[in-house]
Design a protein around this ligand. Sequence first.
Ligand code: MG
Ligand code: MG
Length: 272
Amino acid sequence: MIIIKTPEEIELMRESALIVSKTLGMLASEVKPGVTTLQLDKLAETFIRDHGAEPGFLGMYDFPNSLCMSPNAQVVHGIPNDTPLEEGDIISIDCGALKNDFYGDHAYTFEVGEVSPEVKKLLEVTKESLYVGIREFKLGNRVGDVGYAIQKFTEDHGYGVVRELVGHGIGRKMHEDPEMPNYGKRGRGKKFQEGMVVAIEPMTNMGTRNIKQLSDGWTILTKDGKPSAHFEHNVAIVDGKPEILSTFAYIYEALGIKSNEEDEFRQKALVL
Ligand code: MG
Ligand code: MG
């Protein structure tokens, strides 16, 4: 069952989403060669609590940490550990926060030092595919329209679209209806409605779409060992159009990147 949010609830969800956005912005300055994913996890947990929220992932389905940390060939759900990040790595950081009974949940794939041009391209295309999908999340469209757009864009670049893991509705629960696959057929699936809030989150492999799971019961990685990227936003339908509740602006501020990629999905200016 799809749970529609009131405008007041959407404002609360924006608050939760922005705590995650700020956490990722804080981490952006900390991601460098030599740091461990466990160190970053602890920083994030403290930061989230200092902002009056609870880490959204800690203890959920018995997950042991506050962040999912998935380097290189790991797709999602990696568990933080003591291995230092190295120059040329990529690290997908997925973060959740719970405040006022509502969840925020989004993700960004960071470059560690200088990465190869091939990997840079994978990150660019995956992030672009996120916005290609968000553009289709509007009144009159259906779940399949978002999935189709992401899949077409991604496969046209020769990359693999992970099928086994999908985006989702979000609200008082981290995972609500509907499922939001990153593949699909135009005009198929559940109809979008005013007040829906979802997490759209393409997971894109440089090689084939095939994945496997580690024996830790969590970590998903590419079967061919090639890198994978993951970008996620929380998006509401407001006045029939997609409105991004989360932002990568804190990350860009930390990294000195200029971007207007989110502007078309915002009805009022973002105040950092
Ligand atoms: Mg997530
Ligand atoms: Mg999610």
